[in-house]
Design a protein around this ligand. Structure first.
Ligand code: ADP
Length: 320
C-alpha cells in the first residue's frame, strides 16, 4: 500500500535514505551523505512524501517538490520487487510531467528511469559533489505543449545550481530588500561592484552579471513593474521581464534558468495575475527553446500554490 508520510516516519525514512545513498553512490565519499543527513531530516516534514508499506513495514519512499522527484529510495532488502516502480507510478498518476536529477555513474538508476519512460534532457556538473548528472524528464499524456522543462519548486533562489538565476532587482541595480538583498548577500561584494558599472536598468528590461560566490554562473537582473492598479502597462512590463531574461540567458548559452516570483513582493503585483503572466511567457518561450529549462523558485507556499494553479490552467480557454 502507498500512503502519505506521517511525522513518526521521519527516523526510519532517514535510515533508508542514508543506506540507499551509500549503496548506490560508492563514487561519492560517505562523509557527504552523513553530512547531509541533518538537512534531510529537517526537510522531510515539509516535502510531499509517499511511502510504500508492506504489512506495516516501510519498504521505500519517494520525495517530491512540485513535479521534481527529489529522491526515490528502496530499502536494501526490498529490491527487485517493484517497489520503486509502484512509487513512480503513484506520482505519475498525480502529475502532468516529472523531472529529476540522477548521477551519470548511477547507471542502474539511469536505466531504471529510461525503462520507465524518462528521457535525458540535459547534462551538467553538480556543484556540491563535482559529479556529472543528467536531468531527466517524463511527459504524461495530460502534459501540454511548452510545460516540459518548466518546474515549480519551493526554495531559496540563492542556492540554485542553475546556469543563470534571475534577480527581481530595482532600476538602480544597486541592491535592495527581498530577493535582491538575498542575492547580493550570497554573491558577495563583487556583484555590487559589477552592478555599479551597468548604470541601472529600465523596468521590464535586463542586464547580466557574473554569479560570483553563487552556485549559478550568471545573474540576470530585471526590475519588474511596481503595481499601480493595472492601467500603467504592468502586465506587458512583467511579461517583458520574463521574456527578456530568457532571451539574454539563451544568448549567453545558459540552458537552465531559475526565476523568483518577480514583482509580487514589495512591488505588490497581484500574485495570481503575475503567476498567469509568468507561466504564459515562460512556457511560450520554452516551446521555441526545447533545449532550455526553467525553475520557478517560490519562497513561500502561497506563492507556490499560485504558480501551480496557473500551470494547471495554462493552455485552457480563459474563464469568462
Ligand atoms: P519585488 O520587488 O519584485 O516585488 P521582492 O524581493 O520583494 O521583489 O519579492 C519577490 C518574491 O521573491 C516574493 O515572492 C518574495 O517572497 C520572494 N523572495 C524573497 N527572498 C527570496 C529568495 N531568497 N529566493 C526566492 N524568492 C525570494
Amino acid at each position: 500500500m502507498i500512503r502519505k508520510m506521517k511525522e513518526a516516519d521521519g527516523a526510519e525514512l532517514c535510515a533508508i535514505w542514508l543506506s540507499a545513498n551509500l549503496e548506490a553512490h560508492s563514487f561519492i565519499p560517505a562523509e557527504y551523505w552523513l553530512g547531509s543527513l541533518e538537512a534531510v531530516r529537517r526537510a522531510l516534514p515539509q516535502a510531499e512524501v509517499f511511502i510504500y508499506e508492506n504489512s506495516g513495514h516501510i519498504e521505500g519512499f519517494i520525495g517530491m517538490n512540485g513535479s521534481c522527484i527529489e529522491g526515490l529510495f528502496v530499502r536494501s532488502g526490498a529490491r527487485s520487487r517493484g517497489v520503486g516502480a509502484a512509487l513512480l507510478e503513484h506520482v505519475r498518476q498525480r502529475k502532468p510531467y516529472l523531472t529529476l536529477y540522477v548521477y551519470q555513474k548511477n547507471r542502474r538508476a539511469v536505466r531504471f528511469y529510461e525503462r520507465s519512460g524518462f528521457e535525458k534532457r540535459s547534462f551538467g556538473k553538480e556543484e556540491a559533489t563535482g559529479e556529472e548528472e543528467y536531468r531527466m524528464e517524463w511527459r504524461g499524456p495530460a502534459c501540454k505543449e511548452g510545460i516540459m522543462g518548466y518546474t515549480i519548486i519551493s526554495g531559496d533562489i540563492t542556492t540554485q545550481h542553475a546556469d543563470a538565476i534571475v534577480n527581481a532587482a530595482n532600476t538602480s541595480l544597486l541592491g535592495g530588500g527581498g530577493v535582491d538583498g538575498a542575492i547580493h548577500r550570497a554573491a558577495g561584494p563583487e556583484l555590487l561592484r559589477e552592478c555599479r558599472t551597468l548604470h541601472g536598468c529600465r523596468t521590464g528590461e535586463v542586464k547580466i552579471t557574473k554569479g560570483y560566490r553563487l552556485p549559478a554562473r550568471y545573474v540576470i537582473h530585471t526590475p519588474g513593474p511596481v503595481w499601480r492598479g493595472g492601467n500603467a502597462g504592468e502586465d506587458e512590463l512583467l511579461a517583458g521581464s520574463y521574456r527578456s531574461s530568457l532571451r539574454l540567458a539563451a544568448e549567453n548559452g545558459a540552458k537552465t534558468v531559475a526565476f523568483p516570483s518577480i514583482s509580487t513582493g514589495v512591488y505588490r503585483f497581484p500574485l495570481e495575475r503575475a503567476a498567469r503572466i509568468a507561466t504564459e511567457t515562460v512556457c511560450g518561450f520554452l516551446r521555441e527553446h526545447p533545449d532550455m529549462s526553467v525553475t520557478m523558485v517560490c519562497f513561500d507556499e502561497r506563492t507556490k500554490a499560485a504558480y501551480e494553479k496557473a500551470l494547471a490552467e495554462y493552455g485552457s480557454p480563459p474563464k469568462k
